[in-house]
Design a protein around this ligand. Structure first.
Ligand code: TRP
Ligand code: ZN
Length: 884
């Protein structure tokens, strides 16, 4: 059952397929225990490739029959491939018929055809189709699909596949059938089927061109009342892609189906997107503002794949960012455009950058570092990463910066003119954007720009300024470098767009513009500068780099107060906080409870909190201290306990000393009115939630029960999940005595809402550690009757919330967190290797840990690596972690 061999795949080894599959007719007799799949294909040799046997991929299949042009034939089965050698010569089409069976009910990997809550679902990206039938399971083989589904009518009244429903009817023995034809050729990874007892919210729309479309969101019967937001998000996505890029919906019917057992967020199967329930279901009673926002972006993301991914797909999996980086960029732009006004757009940008810096920068600096277009992999599922997705999106964003918004839209148009219906590479994409903008900086520097695709690691830009009062000039020097990453010792200079501004001592904007850094070091001179300015560098986070500049506190406070660029305004606050955190962390002689934040910092934070015109959402971002993982990245040796203690102490001091301001913020921003998850009202809820959390934290020291009491009241009375959950979290994170009754009550109210229970589990597994109390709590949670390690959402809510999102609780001096981690990685690997490999990455940065944590972590990883029966997924992660 397990893959034993060490088959690293290299990008340089790409070869066109030896055969093409023009069409495929699949007939399914669906049965959870044993599903029959009859696969009838029309193939022909690719005459541009060397003559070769046909090797079809297949995994965990029982082969019953193989016919070539209706006749029996000889074949071999060799390491998960069906090999056919005696095939017709020449370029003519021939028929190949294969009958197999598989066992969907036993499929715990959730790849291929599986059963969830008595319904059938498929997940084929990247290499799941081979678990359904033998096939050339690679994205550059595109076929026309016809699908016939047969199943018990009472148990599976809904039968769905890609494209258009062309026939349906009843069969003998209580069974029925449906026949679907996809009008578009597609690679196997975009195939999907769903069969089950589902209901749909339906919406008919008329597109700009006058065509009618049917939109459907399928869920389990009790969930229909939670589909309105997903449907609205889908309609907004369709309208946006037409308006911004001229890309229409190309199908008569577009379906979304939700399942609660899903390895990732969602999947863009042609015309039949399959989603994790987490990114579909929302009501004000069960979902937070963040959930609503995530649903909007994920629905957008999958819909936008219809063009960027499906109409034009990837030649091979090394090109994954061709569709993922581009589609993340598109979903980010979509959410920004929907957010509307400048401040809300900036908030979205800050949130996106925060993800990049807290998750992707560490990846780029760790053992799994890889270029946006990787050069090798053992298991492709390990490369659905923040680098391919989020950094890939930044690379596309830089292209838009270099050619302008209109130029970028022109480039995308040319991309579709050239490549519609084809499987292409990242080079093809960049070339189209450049060719549509021949006079642009991008076109001039294209080869150098493409280093963003080939070189891993986060570049550093070191900036320094020199003011000459006599000459009235300001000279700014920018120098770039990039540290080695595994397998890449030397890096060539990148093309780095640097958004720039100069802010005067009085706060006035003295200069602004964009500089494109291409050399290792360049110096810019600004003329006519009357007094020493403060440089505002990398405005809007114009490139995914680490910017170093020795700002004084006064300069940062000036930027925080005056910068016209909201991103850098926020960034100035973060720098003030990080500098302080690093100072306290290094000052090992001072106990965390004795650290004191200085008045200038407190005043700056207070000024933001009290600011009369700044948005609540923006205030909440400024007042959120940098994440522990982000602080850790700034250090060579990491003591997670010290980082946690220092950050908590800083938080407590902000809570106590700004208490009157928190109270005011809480009173001022309370929402009355009907619930709407728009950016303005969710920003207000975010800030009141933060205020409440701080007020409870402040009360912790004093023992005062007023605010915990108010939090409990709000928890009970809240009209929406955001306020309710924030109140609960305020009680839990402040360690209030009211936390336990609140948690109990919460569970009682929401015991039948799986997604809400996930929050309940995650909150407890991610709670601030107090004397090592979290690990025992996590172990207890795993014994809770509602815990189920086979459900990825539930496993993530407990195990990942602890191992990956609770550094203070996880990195225990007694190493018990690491032992727990290694046991869970192995336990999960036997169930679902994809999920196990994600968990395995929780110890990616072990080499930076302070002793004895470092040795203990290495031991735990080595214990996992020593197992002979690991999946490729986990083996690749732990092997890389241990390599020097
Ligand atoms: N292509 C999907 C997306 O980005 C994600 C995806 C890839 C996925 N492989 C998967 C989802 C496996 C679930 C399971 O939207
Ligand atoms: Zn995607």
């Amino acid at each position: 059952m397990r893959e034993g061999q060490n088959n690293v795949i290299y990008r340089a080894d790409y070869q066109a397929p030896g055969y093409w599959i023009d069409s495929v007719e699949l007939s399914f007799d669906l049965d959870p225990a044993k599903t029959r799949v009859l696969n009838r294909m029309k193939l022909r040799r690719n005459l541009d490739a060397a003559p070769q046997p046909l090797r079809l991929d297949g995994e965990e299949l029982n082969l019953a029959r193989v016919l070539v042009n209706g006749q029996g034939t000889s074949f071999k089965l060799e390491d998960n491939q069906l090999v056919l050698e005696n095939l017709p010569e020449g370029g003519d089409s021939f028929d190949l018929e294969i009958l197999t069976t598989c066992q969907p009910a036993k499929n715990t990997k959730l790849m291929g055809l599986y059963v969830s809550n008595d319904s059938f679902f498929t997940q084929c990206e990247a290499e799941g189709f081979r678990r359904i039938t033998y096939f050339l399971d690679r994205p550059d083989v595109m076929a026309s699909f016809t699908v016939l589904l047969r199943a018990d009518k009472a148990k599976y009244p809904v039968l769905l596949s890609n494209g258009n429903l062309v026939d349906q009817g009843d069969l003998a023995d209580g069974r029925h059938f449906a026949k679907w034809v996809d009008p578009f050729r597609k690679p196997s990874y975009l195939f999907a089927l769903v069969a089950g007892n589902l209901v749909a919210r339906e919406q008919r729309i008329r597109a700009r061109g006058g065509k009618e479309h049917l939109l459907q969101v399928f869920v389990r019967a009790g969930d229909l009342d939670k589909t309105e937001h997903a449907m609205n998000s889908l309609m907004a996505s369709i309208a946006w892609d037409e308006a911004r890029f001229g890309l229409p919906l190309d199908l008569e019917r577009f379906m979304i189906v939700a399942t609660s057992d899903f390895n990732m967020g969602a999947m863009e199967n042609k015309g039949l997107n399959i989603f994790n329930t987490k990114y579909v279901l929302a009501s004000q009673a069960t979902a937070t503002d963040t959930d609503f926002a995530n649903i909007e972006s994920v629905v957008g993301h999958e819909y936008f794949h219809n063009w960027t991914g499906n109409r034009v797909t990837c030649r091979d999996w090394f090109q994954l960012s061709l569709k993922e980086g581009l589609t993340v960029f598109r979903d980010q732009e979509f959410s920004q455009d929907l957010a509307g006004e400048a401040s809300a757009r900036a908030v979205k940008r800050i949130e996106d950058v925060r993800v990049l810096r807290t998750a992707q920068f560490p990846e780029d600096a760790g053992p799994m570092a890889h270029p946006v277009r990787p050069d090798q992999y053992l298991e492709i599922n390990n490369f659905y990463t923040v680098t391919v997705y989020e950094k890939g999106a930044e690379v596309v964003r830089m292209m838009q910066t270099l050619v302008g918004r209109e130029g970028f839209a022109r480039g995308l148009k040319l991309y579709f003119e050239r490549h519609d219906g084809h499987a292409v590479t990242c080079d093809d994409f960049a070339q189209a954007i450049a060719d549509a903008n021949p006079d642009s900086t991008l076109a001039r520097l294209l080869d150098q720009f493409k280093r963003w695709y080939s070189q891993a690691g986060t570049p550093r830009v070191r900036a320094s300024g020199l003011y000459d009062a006599d000459a009235r000039t300001y000279r700014l020097t920018l120098a770039q470098s990039c540290a080695p990453t595994p397998g890449q010792d030397v890096k060539e200079p990148f093309v780095i767009p640097v958004g720039l501004g100069l802010v005067g001592a009085d706060g006035a904007e003295l200069a602004s513009g964009m500089h494109v850094l291409t050399q290792e070091s360049e110096t810019l001179t600004f003329e006519n500068i009357g007094s020493e300015p403060v440089p505002s560098i990398l405005r809007g986070f114009s490139a995914p780099v680490i910017l170093e500049f020795d700002y004084s506190d006064a300069q940062l406070i000036a930027l925080l107060a005056h910068d016209t660029d909201p991103f850098n305004r926020w960034e100035a606050g973060q720098r003030l906080a990080v500098n302080r955190a690093l100072g306290f962390i290094r000052d090992a002689g001072v106990a965390a409870r004795d650290i004191r934040l200085d008045p200038p910092f407190m005043n700056a934070m207070r000024a933001v909190l009290r600011h009369p015109t700044l948005d609540a959402a923006f205030k909440e971002l400024v007042l959120t201290l940098p994440a522990e993982t982000y602080i850790a990245e700034q250090l060579d040796v990491v003591d997670p306990q010290r980082i946690h203690a220092v950050r908590e102490a800083m938080r407590e001091q902000l809570a106590r000393e700004l208490a009157p301001d928190w109270e005011q913020a809480f009173e001022q921003h309370r929402e009355s009115g009907a619930y709407r998850p728009d950016p303005v009202s969710s920003g207000r809820r975010a800030l009141t939630g933060m205020a409440l959390s701080n007020l409870c934290l402040a009360a912790r020291a004093s023992g005062d029960q007023v605010w915990p009491g108010k939090a409990y009241q709000r928890f009970k009375d809240a009209g929406n999940m955001t306020d309710r959950f924030n109140a609960l979290a305020a009680l839990v994170t402040s360690g209030s005595e009211l936390a336990a009754p609140a948690l109990q009550r919460f569970h009682a109210i929401f015991k039948d809402e799986a997604l809400v229970l996930d929050k309940w589990f995650a909150l407890q597994a991610g709670a601030p550690d107090r004397g090592g109390n979290v690990l025992p709590a996590v172990k207890q949670l795993m014994n809770h009757p509602d815990f189920n390690i086979r459900n990825p959402n539930r496993a993530r809510s407990v195990i990942f919330s602890y191992c990956s999102a609770n550094p203070g609780g996880f990195h225990r001096p007694d190493a018990a967190g690491y032992v727990f981690w290694s046991e869970r990685v192995l336990e999960l690997d036997a169930i679902n290797p994809q999920v196990a490999a994600r968990l395995a990455r929780a110890l990616d940065r072990w080499k930076k840990l302070v002793e004895p944590l470092r040795s203990a972590a290495r031991e735990a990883i080595a214990r996992v690596a020593a197992r002979p029966d690991l999946s490729n997924d986990v083996r690749e992660v732990v092997t890389r972690a241990l390599a020097d």
